[in-house]
Design a protein around this ligand. Structure first.
Ligand SMILES: Cc1ncc(COP(=O)(O)O)c(C=O)c1O
Length: 427
């Protein structure tokens, strides 16, 4: 195993590695982002294991940003790595002209775990592709065009998924987007019947992640199910961030005991080892759309042997190690800790909320975040903003996180909040 001090990717020193990567970002990737990261003192990630990332200096960070939900099993889970290494020696990408064993097994395992009669899956490489696939499926299955989603939602940045993501800043530069997309307020049951008239589908996150970790009232998804049934629209649950144990349930839909028509997944699906995405649909829905045309929605790289081997192993770990249960217990601890910080500093922290290990800390003012997150990083804990809500700090650690690691993160948050209070006072 590579020791932290050796993980310099061939650079002569930690500083040389930082300078090299900064130059590369500035010249060849994203100059403004490079500058923002440099100014905020971003280190270089060089190695990761479990809940820990090490930087170029060998400093360890507890990963409470968690790759925005990717690292459900922690980094480099040994069981997933072993399965992937074994598969690498056989074949990694699918030739596509023959049957593919890992894709078949991963699809069967996913159907076994998914709620109700969700059975037929389509495998791709990212969350946004899973959403694109679900939108297309809904249009073909229903013969309708309109897709309804929620304000402040996040479903991805390809054009279809972007059309139903509820943040103007991401959408406006790219208009015109998909016609026939409409938004309703998240959690507003009363708006559904009117909005869903003649709609192909309602796409909704069981808990809005990037919208600021918004947890709907219990029963919301049941009301969604009923409204979709009344309208003849499909219920598409976007579980890309909430699924696979994250919210303390196998899937966050299980909180309400509902079965959507289609569920989208990515992020934690392959345990953070190989990019993967998928949607899984009821057989009747899939058959209506593609029963007679099996090749009109495909992906060259989707469902590769490597990705599906990782997904299969990751689903096994999730079940065998009871990670949803740990997410629930540690999530309660994390939320209680964040709520205590909110109670101590009510003029800095407005509220802490969450479900399982998807936790949001809403600040009284956006400006505080610029102090709190760097202070946490200085103390060896990563955290992140939510994409649509810069007032909300998201804490989303791996589901394997321990009680003492949660305590450490809460202490870092408290220190960050105290620093913000000291430096900025009442904004
Ligand atoms: C709920 C949800 N849907 C879709 C996506 C898009 O996934 P990806 O970034 O893999 O395209 C995300 C990403 O954050 C997400 O949180």
């Amino acid at each position: 195993m590579v020791e932290p001090r050796d993980a310099l990717y061939g650079a002569p020193s930690p500083q040389a590695l930082l300078d090299e990567v900064y130059e590369n970002y500035k010249r060849y990737l994203n100059p403004p982002l490079a500058r923002v990261m440099r100014v905020s003192g971003s280190p270089v990630e060089t190695r990761a294991q479990g809940c820990t990332i090490w930087d170029q200096n060998g400093k360890a960070y507890l990963d409470f940003a968690g790759g925005y939900g990717v690292f459900t099993l922690g980094h480099s889970h040994p069981r997933v790595l072993a399965a992937v290494r074994e598969q690498l020696d056989l074949m990694s990408l699918s030739g596509k002209t023959m049957f593919n064993v890992p894709m078949g097994r991963a699809a069967k395992r996913l159907a076994d775990l998914a709620p109700g009669d969700l059975t037929i899956s389509f495998w791709c490489n990212s969350g946004t592709e899973a959403v694109e696939g679900a939108i297309k499926l809904a249009r073909v299955a229903t013969g309708r065009a309109k897709i309804v989603a929620t304000r402040d939602s996040y479903h991805g940045k390809t054009l279809g998924a972007l059309s139903i993501s509820g943040r103007a800043a991401f959408q406006d530069p790219f208009r015109p987007l998909l016609a026939d997309a409409a938004l309703v307020d998240f959690g507003d049951v009363g708006a559904l019947d009117e909005a869903l008239r003649d709609a192909a589908a309602f796409v909704v996150e069981p808990v809005q992640g990037e919208g600021g970790v918004n947890v709907p009232a219990a029963g919301y998804l049941r009301a969604v199910r009923e409204a979709c049934d009344r309208a003849g629209a499909l219920f598409i649950a976007d579980e890309i961030q909430t699924g696979l144990g994250r919210c303390g349930y196998r899937f966050a839909c299980d909180r309400d005991g509902v079965v959507p028509d289609v569920m989208t997944l990515a992020k934690g699906l392959s345990g953070g080892i190989v990019p993967v995405g998928a949607y899984i649909a009821r057989t009747a829905v899939w058959t209506k759309a593609y029963g007679k045309q099996p090749l009109i929605h495909t992906s060259t790289f989707g469902g590769s042997e490597l990705a599906c081997t990782a997904a299969l192993a990751a689903m096994d770990v999730l079940e065998d190690d009871g990670l949803a249960e740990n997410a629930r217990a540690r999530g309660e601890q994390l939320l209680a800790g964040c709520a205590a910080v909110a109670a101590e500093f009510p003029d800095v922290v407005k509220e802490a909320r969450g479900l399982g290990l998807l936790c949001g800390v809403e600040l009284a003012n956006e400006g505080y975040g610029g102090w709190i997150i760097p202070e946490m990083v200085k103390r060896g804990v990563t955290a992140a903003w939510t994409l649509n809500q810069q007032k909300v700090i998201r804490l989303e650690p791996p589901l394997i996180v321990t009680e003492s690691e949660v305590d450490t993160a809460v202490a870092a948050l408290r220190a960050g909040v105290a620093t913000a209070r000291e430096n900025l006072g009442r904004l």
